[in-house]
Design a protein around this ligand. Structure first.
Ligand SMILES: Cc1ncc(COP(=O)(O)O)c(C=O)c1O
Length: 351
């Protein structure tokens, strides 16, 4: 039975074209700057983002951490959302490894941080207080229905931050999903920001790796931060080669993942007991209502036995993520299995 994995887009595997490129990649020692494939990938990433320079890092987590280490000194502060991945899921690495404080502001349901709240979070010039250095945004905002942050909002944050002498970082793990959903060139989304991290894994399907892009002096600072974090890699062109294919072939097709997420969400919303949140990109959330006669664990277990991985995240809540391994047939199979689950579990037929 073919497994349909809706847990995350991190489960995507390299495409045959990526594997071929990996096998053929010329390599060198990247810590010496001598890996030709990494150098090509970094140049390509910088040009796709419209930035001066780029650097390859093993993960999105390291991308955010190395960027913020490069922007901040010990005791400095970064403003970010309460629902941001950096605050929720990166082990407080900023504090643990960089002595950097996080000042959190509630994310609105659309993923934004209110401008007034950013403004009042910025510290004054007072020796009692830490120095605010960075505003960190996330696009798409994973935990806020995978919402894309629109261009005019990003511009407004940049204007505020830059006027106050701060830099703006974007955790763009899924920035290409945002660009496709908003129908803009990704360059426009990052034009005014000082740094962006984006993932080649996840929706773009490369096996490993993220990029950081910004101006050349900033990227040189990131290079130091990457090294102290143990992220200096050697003949890593074998992996960068897959990243090149990801950037060249996988960004434009992301709309298919968004369409399949919408199909799944619409199908679920038509069922009794399913409260489905809005779909903006490839991530959506839903919950089983209180009067639904079965709980999240029962539904997850029912689907699991039928080769569909969609675990519940709370007693009645779920997140669904589509990606390039979810096909139209897969969508039909999931919708059929969920309809069967509603019938069987409501009738007490069980799993
Ligand atoms: C928004 C966001 N940022 C950063 C990351 C971290 O990426 P990685 O798993 O490559 O460390 C993730 C991972 O899912 C993410 O969703």
């Amino acid at each position: 039975m073919e497994i349909i994995d809706l847990r995350s887009d991190t489960v995507t595997r390299p495409t045959p074209e990526m594997r071929a490129a990996m096998a053929a990649a010329p390599v060198g020692d990247d810590v010496y700057g001598e890996d030709p494939t990494v150098n090509r990938l970094q140049a390509l990433a910088a040009s796709r983002m419209g930035k001066e320079a780029g650097i390859f890092v093993p993960s999105g987590t390291m991308g955010n951490l190395a960027s913020l280490l490069a922007h901040c000194g010990r005791g400095d502060e970064v403003i970010m959302g309460t629902r941001s991945h950096t605050f929720l899921h990166e082990q407080g690495g900023l504090a643990a490894l960089g002595g950097i404080m996080s000042y959190t502001i509630p994310n609105q349901p659309d993923g934004t941080l209110r401008l007034e709240e950013i403004e009042s979070a910025i510290r004054g010039d007072d020796q009692h207080e830490p120095r605010t250095r960075v505003v960190s945004l996330e696009n798409t905002q994973n935990a806020c229905d995978g919402s894309p942050l629109p261009l005019d909002y990003i511009s407004a944050v940049c204007e505020l931050a830059h006027t106050r002498g701060l830099t703006v970082h974007i955790d763009g793990a899924r920035i290409f999903n945002a660009a496709v959903a908003l129908e803009v060139d990704v360059k426009a989304l990052v034009k005014e920001v000082d740094s962006v991290t984006f993932c080649l894994s996840k929706g773009l399907s490369a096996p490993v790796g993220s990029m950081i892009c910004g101006d050349a002096p900033f990227i040189e600072e990131v290079r130091r931060a990457r090294k102290v974090l143990g992220g200096g890699m050697r003949q890593v062109g074998v992996i960068a080669a897959a990243g090149m294919v990801a950037l060249e072939t996988m960004t434009e097709r992301l709309g298919e993942d968004h369409a399949r997420a919408r199909q799944l969400a619409e199908g679920f919303a038509a069922l009794p007991g399913f409260a489905v949140r809005p779909v903006h990109t490839n991530i959506f959330y839903f919950a089983l209502t209180e009067d639904c006669p079965f709980d999240g664990a029962a539904l997850a277990d029912y689907l699991d036995k039928r080769g569909i991985l969609m675990p519940n995240r709370g007693p009645r809540s779920f997140r669904v993520v589509t990606h390039c391994w979810i096909t139209d047939q897969g969508v039909e199979r999931v919708l059929g299995a969920v309809r069967d689950a509603v019938h069987d579990l409501s009738d007490g037929i069980g799993s």
